[in-house]
Write a protein that binds this ligand. Structure first.
Ligand SMILES: [Zn+2]
Length: 310
């Protein structure tokens, strides 16, 4: 059945990425800017989802402005260029990917397997720089209204770096999705080691304030890594851990109201949604709603529930 989406305004123009399409190394669409002083290798990734153009705008501006880090090197990458090339502001939700979600293929067994989608081929092309980088920041935006947040995986080094980044001020620790591993879930970042990957969900797709939040996040991370100016102190971030994923079981799943991502529901047992005969309720007080999907198809995630940690 069709899950009709409301109209989403597109206030951003897709950037002209032609200067960067060839890349300056082995990977088309990936450009590295290095300082003379040694330091970490940071990978800034945009367009993991082809229609999330805010991240591409941020990286395109940095390259056009002649960005060079204060130390180390930064690789700026435009990931799903095939999907992005089909971006149409009249149908902006249609170009998230070509054949499959590029951010669900980062399991080493999947990468090494027999799959041969457009996205798997691109992931294999990108993998060497992912494995070489000390830190990855994967720039995303969201379809539905939500507070900006950082997804940090479950490892303490990710959460620590997200705190030092100084914004967005909401950090969500989570294990990812049953449907496949995200880049931040790759063992290089999710198992003991030193490399760290963060995923920023900077706001709604196609809004100017989302670009500004991404720029703030990139600048904060550069400052935290000693690769750019230190930014002014921000209030300490709040951190929450996802405890459960609510999956829509029926085609009639509906939230009792259009919850906003980042909302905190004060009381346990509050009804969030009706799913056929089932009532979906908050399992505890002060329950954080992570990225509610207001029109979930059966079998898809409707919302994730998270509990604040110290
Ligand atoms: Zn995304």
């Amino acid at each position: 059945m069709m899950h009709a989406l409301p109209h989403f305004e597109v206030a951003l123009a897709p950037p002209d990425l032609r200067p960067w399409l060839a890349g300056d190394g082995e990977i088309p669409g990936f450009v590295t800017r290095a300082a003379t002083a040694p330091g970490p290798h940071l990978l800034l990734l945009s367009l993991m989802h082809g229609n999330e153009i805010a991240g591409a705008i941020v990286l395109d501006r940095m390259l056009r402005d002649g960005f060079v880090p204060a130390r180390g090197r930064v690789t700026l990458g435009f990931a799903n260029l095939d999907a992005f090339s089909a971006f149409d502001p009249a149908r902006p939700t249609q170009s998230r990917f070509v054949e499959e979600d590029l951010n669900r293929v980062w399991d080493p067994a999947v990468l090494a397997g027999r799959g041969n989608s457009v996205e798997l081929r691109r992931a294999r092309q990108i993998l060497p720089v992912v494995l070489a980088a000390d830190v990855v920041l994967d720039l995303h935006s969201m379809l539905w209204p939500s507070e900006p947040l950082v997804l940090a995986g479950l490892v303490s080094r990710g959460i620590g770096l997200a705190r030092r980044m100084g914004g967005p001020g909401l950090i969500v620790a989570d294990a990812g999705h049953a449907s496949g591993k995200r880049l931040i879930d790759h063992p290089r970042f999710s198992e003991p080691g030193t490399a760290t990957a963060l995923l920023v969900e900077a706001g709604q797709h196609w809004r100017t304030e989302t670009v500004a939040m991404m720029q703030r996040g990139v600048a904060g991370l550069l400052g935290a890594l000693g690769m750019g100016p230190q930014l002014a102190e921000e209030p300490p971030a709040r951190c929450a851990e996802v405890t459960e994923t609510v999956v829509a079981e029926t085609a009639t799943f509906s939230f009792v109201r259009p919850w906003r991502g980042g909302e905190v529901v004060a009381r346990a047992r509050t009804v969030l949604a009706l799913d056929g005969e089932r009532e979906v309720r908050t399992p505890y007080d002060e329950c954080l709603l992570v990225m509610p999907s207001l029109r979930p198809a059966p079998g898809h995630t409707a919302v994730r529930l998270a509990r604040f940690v110290v």
